[in-house]
Design a protein around this ligand. Structure first.
Ligand SMILES: NC(=O)C1=CN([C@@H]2O[C@H](COP(=O)(O)OP(=O)(O)OC[C@H]3O[C@@H](n4cnc5c(N)ncnc54)[C@H](O)[C@@H]3O)[C@@H](O)[C@H]2O)C=CC1
Ligand SMILES: O=C(O)[C@@H]1CCC=N1
Length: 270
């Protein structure tokens, strides 16, 4: 499979890690990236072929659009005459199939996906939506590319991509935020940064591994940690009185709204 990424930033780098680990050859992958420094780094790190902003696209079966929403119109217009019948996978937040199709000269073999950065180590999760014009073979190819990043959840309508973006696309940032806070809290109690880091990181790793393996809900596992009259009860009461659960609900609602705003912003643009 010949695969070309448009944009070689954070997310393309994360996905490259996944597809190479799955056995795709670096010689079959090209990345179009305007920054010379990033091109050099991509070639060094992955051995893939790199293209500068003005270069024409090589013949590709799959083209992954991995630029920011605000960069998409220009990036798509640049490749519109080179994509032939390639399957185009956009990973941009918000930007809808209609807008992409317009910038790509009416192309309809378009899949939208929302992966996340753990793709780099094959532990991502992607929500995926295919335009009805994409046939079963196209969906299978998209599934194969995204499976390299981790688990795949197919969506049957495009709107669902907005809350997927808010929950799992942005989600690693919420988790890192919590890890940072737990580490800082350990340091505030007098531990060195190294020890506080070890305590916080291993706690996350262990709790998530336990939750994934367990038949019990996260709520039941939480109750098992919480002894009556003990320390966890006191700590959780503090989280509840600070409204942390509602803050998480509000964060996801705000991120969903932002994804929808991005969709509106680029709808109907030519
Ligand atoms: N970072 C994340 O966790 C996730 C990001 N996304 C989506 O992935 C897309 C890319 O995000 P990041 O990788 O974080 O951004 P980034 O800024 O790291 O990467 C974008 C890259 O595109 C390049 N670029 C700019 N204009 C270009 C053009 N006209 N043609 C080709 N390349 C161009 C930039 O030089 C940059 O290296 C965004 O649309 C975002 O919504 C999706 C899931 C997760
Ligand atoms: O923050 C963003 O807009 C992108 C989409 C999901 C994660 N990063």
């Amino acid at each position: 499979m010949k695969l070309t990424f448009i944009g070689g930033g954070n997310m393309a780098t994360a996905m490259l890690g996944g597809v190479l680990r799955q056995g795709l050859q670096p010689a079959d992958i090209a990345v179009l990236e305007p920054s010379a420094d990033k091109r050099a780094e991509l070639a060094r790190q992955f051995g893939v072929h790199t293209l500068a902003a003005d270069d024409r696209l090589p013949a590709s079966e799959v083209v992954v659009l991995a630029v920011k929403p605000q960069q998409m119109a220009e990036a798509a217009a640049h490749i519109a005459s080179d994509i032939a019948d390639a399957l185009v996978i956009s990973i941009a937040a918000g930007v809808r199939v209609e807008a992409l199709s317009g910038w790509l000269g009416g192309h309809r073999r378009i899949v939208r996906a929302m992966p996340n950065t753990p793709a780099l180590i094959g532990k991502g999760i992607s929500g995926v939506y295919a335009d009805p014009a994409v046939d079963a073979a196209g969906r299978a190819v998209a599934g194969q590319v995204l499976a390299a990043a981790g688990e795949v959840v197919w969506l049957d309508n495009e709107q669902q991509l907005d809350p997927v973006t808010a929950v799992s696309g942005s989600g690693p940032a919420y988790v890192f935020y919590f890890i940072e806070a737990l580490q800082a809290a350990g340091e505030a109690q007098g531990f060195s940064p190294e020890v506080a880091r070890q305590l916080a990181y291993r706690t996350f790793e262990g709790a998530v591994a336990l939750a994934l393996q367990s038949e019990e809900s996260a709520g039941t596992l939480r109750e098992r940690v919480t002894s009556k009259g003990g320390t966890t009860e006191r700590g959780l009461a503090q989280l509840a009185s600070a409204g942390v659960e509602q803050a998480i609900v509000d964060a996801v609602a705000a991120a969903t709204k932002r994804a929808a705003e991005l969709g509106e912003q680029f709808a109907g643009q030519r």
